[in-house]
Write a protein that binds this ligand. Sequence first.
Ligand SMILES: Cc1cc2nc3c(=O)[nH]c(=O)nc-3n(C[C@H](O)[C@H](O)[C@H](O)COP(=O)(O)OP(=O)(O)OC[C@H]3O[C@@H](n4cnc5c(N)ncnc54)[C@H](O)[C@@H]3O)c2cc1C
Length: 584
Amino acid sequence: MSDSVIRAAHDVLIVGGGGAGLRAAIAIAETNPGLDVAVVSKVYPMRSHTVSAEGGAAGVIADDDSLDEHCYDTVSGSDWLGDQNAIEAFVREAPRELLQLEHWGCPWSRQPDGRIAVRAFGGMKKKRTWFAADKTGFHMLHALFQTSLRYAEVTRYDEEFVTRLLVDDGRVHGAVAIGLMSGRIQAITAKAVILCTGGCGKVFPFTTNANINTGDGMALAYRAGAPLEDMEFVQYHPTGLPFTGILITEAARAEGGWLLNKDGYRYLQDYDLGTPTPTPELRSMELGPRDRLSQAFVHEVEKGRAADSPYGPVVHLDLRHLGEALIDAKLPFVRELCLKYERIDPVHELVPVRPVVHYMMGGVSTDIDGATPLGGLYAAGETACVSINGANRLGSNSLPECLVFGARAGRAAAEYASAAGSTPSVVEAQATDEVRRLERDLLGKRPGGESIAAVREDMQATMEEAAGIFRTGPAMAKGADTLAELQERIGDVDLADTSRSFNTELLAALELANMLDISECILQAGMQREESRGAHQRTDFPARDDERFLTHLLVHRNPDGRSRIEHMPVTITRWVPGERVYGR
Ligand SMILES: Cc1cc2nc3c(=O)[nH]c(=O)nc-3n(C[C@H](O)[C@H](O)[C@H](O)COP(=O)(O)OP(=O)(O)OC[C@H]3O[C@@H](n4cnc5c(N)ncnc54)[C@H](O)[C@@H]3O)c2cc1C
């Protein structure tokens, strides 16, 4: 590397220190202790979004459950768009991963006889969701983080932001990152890179996602030449607190909570949720799949049966009949969030809720070992699309997905890195280019330009309008036109802050550019998919159309920067597409 570019070299570079990233790091250290691993994270790892997961992680363990049933629930929950080879591997390995996590220190809640406690979760016919009270993500991430500290071969770059992948001839050789405190820009070369950068909820205005969930990894991969898959499928969670978007976990309904409209009526009984009650105990009405519950909310609003709030229409979550003892034992965090953010005590009062953008089914297209079509580039966790979630993810499948596919990607990347040659010198020019671009943006004063916040708000409003719970072709086309205008406008954003240390304005500009690319992919794929399936509901094409669309859509980036869509067959092993019902 030239003198102007600071360089660090490792065998494997992991971008992201959440559940998937840390699991991958441990897998590499265990597979080949001779490899040198770097974990770069734009926040301190324990602040990754995984920490906020509440409800739990699915894995077959109960006596009356079976791997086949977990597979079937996931396949039908995905509206038959999930790849069944990936789902089978996932379901088989999830219990092993969850047990392993306990040995690393995760305190799973237990039954009185000492066995692992499991709770019901939406769209799952059996109780198979492991939990650590309602702070599951915190305990899982903590166990992974402290385990990763055991390995001296793992070097952490905390609070460093990756801005670009280094690619030569279809192979990835590292990344460029900027240190948030120092403003120092460096090239981190590696034989393999694993993207574990989480979701992209912030492309929408109202989301449960943390501010950091801006889909950076998806944008990095897309620009480097790797396709994105299933991008049209964005999950709404039916119960977010109005205004903040803070999630009230599905566990609240799993423990017996009801959803009421403004007349105090359990309105879900009026809707086809695809859930003939499997057992009264599973209370499948409130535990219907997330997409159908969110759609039912929109219909209640249309019928004038939602309640008003300062932040728009809401329905109510009723936990009062559960009693204080159960709420404190099983849902303490729910009570705390309601008290702190709404000044409401769910033991005595109704909780206002509305659907909120929660999870991205799509992401960087990978095989079942996390490999993308680019040599040396892997992805795992929410940023990846394996695809086990297809058109709709079942709650509590995502945390174990991070474990299973984080570990698989780690092992595959370790193997690749062990055999790979040295870094070609051409990546130096790319690193130098990127340093120049960042220096220019960092130091260049361009008074009178666009405001980052204004463009971001316009993007979020456009996405809600064009790609919300219900969509139409014309609305998405109009949204895509607006996004093209916003792309022009960000070319002219004004960075008033030219400081090097914690230049959050520069970060906001980089994240916004990423989110605009991702928004465009969501709309392009959404326009192509002329059917309704899972989370993608088109009022102009209300039926599922297996003949034309039992297929993944891949969004590629052309050299001119425009997108191109290709079809990729869904892998079907044992479960032929059928109607999406949850009871048999
Ligand atoms: C409120 C909430 C509750 C949830 N509850 C559940 C649940 O109960 N059960 C379940 O199964 N799922 C749940 N989910 C979903 C699940 O938690 C996530 O899908 C999963 O934790 C994502 O983990 P990850 O490792 O992929 O990403 P994250 O945990 O989001 O980590 C992403 C990492 O990437 C880093 N990063 C990102 N961009 C860059 C960049 N440019 N440069 C450097 N580093 C970068 C970040 O610093 C971070 O370390 C929930 C999600 C939310 C939002």
